[in-house]
Design a protein around this ligand. Sequence first.
Ligand code: MN
Length: 446
Amino acid sequence: MNANNYQKLLQEANLVESRNILKCLQNLLECVQLLEEDPEIIKNSTKEKANLKIRILRLGDKLNVDYSLNSESLESEEVEEFKEAAEPEKVVEVEESKKPKETEQVVESKEEIKSEEKPEIINIIYSKLKKKKTITYNEYFSFYSYVDKITREEPVAIIREESEIAYFIGDTHGSYEESLIIITYFEKILEKSPDVKIIFDGDYVDRNLYDLENLTLITAFFLLHPNNVVMLRGNHEDQKINKYYGFYRNIKDYFIIQDRIDEIYGLILKFFTRLPIIHVLALKASNNEVKRIITVHGGIPVDIEIPSNPVSLDDLESKINFKVPSYEHFDNYMSWLLWSDPKENVIDYELHPETGRHYFGESTFQKFMKINNLDFMVRAHEVLEEGYKFFFNKRLVSLFSTSYYKNRKIGNAVIMRLKEKNGSFNSPEFISINESTMNKDIKENF
Ligand SMILES: [Mn+2]
């Protein structure tokens, strides 16, 4: 009797696997249960059970649900979650009906943002990512729908702020675990010093496997602390780049519901075109001394027509065409801002004839800093084993804030702090991204 049941369940599981994963999984789970109750029903039941478990885990993976296998699991919370994820048709309906009609979108969303509290989905996503728990498609979709709504209002290219303490983070490139350490550190700092500025300098995706998690964690942190956190755009926040360097592939692997992959990818791409490009910070000491710090992912804007004329940021703001999805549509300024590199032995600027890379030298840099009344520049965009590198008499620093690149450990990643010490500004402090160093730093500095 049991043996018959077992065969029936297994056959049905095989039949429905491609179109009803949930049903398939339920059958496989029942098979495991039967084997546990009565190992005699088939030969080699231990081996068979192991195979079933692998198959179940793999199917669970496809629905991105952590599926721990024990006999209670049929009743567990995960299964409920899992059922939700396995019913795409129903989900589409609900989400579609929530969407405002195209023409009413802007007006409606502004009113909604004013009147409504931050949706619970931010907290759900944030706490799940902090506990390294799996997020379902629906949760991702609600989260990025909210991001889409909140960022739809007129985006700005340049953000200007002031602060007494500021932190800077270079490329994080899918290094989810390290970003978790960074963000846990910032949570502790925000408790002690609620006015710090935290500037992420772009390139959240590509290069490492967990870029969806990394991007989502940083975005959730930004949404929870919009007055403290800034997310700048990097050259990988670009559909043409991240379609080929990992992000799109990772999203595809993550979500089995194929026809909805482009939906969530599309929301994220729209978000990327609304990220600011430049951050200008007036860093204040207690004696009223002020340092002006510019942060950008690549480098300074250069006007190719008249390269000897430094570009003023005020002029740039009205000229720059930044709300575009891909470097193919970038204007000349955007290419420099997101793609260029500083180079010591270049005098003005250099365009590499083969690679098309843009380099700027010290004199062009110093002219730009002078006309814009800037003291120091922070940029990212370069793989650095030590995590940071100074250029141009220490007036420019390049930061790299992941110690993994292409899923390999490459060195020591850091973040940077700027603040006054004893009335004036000390040099930048670099803090290695690991829990004990960061805990020690909080004890010593706050
Ligand atoms: Mn980059």
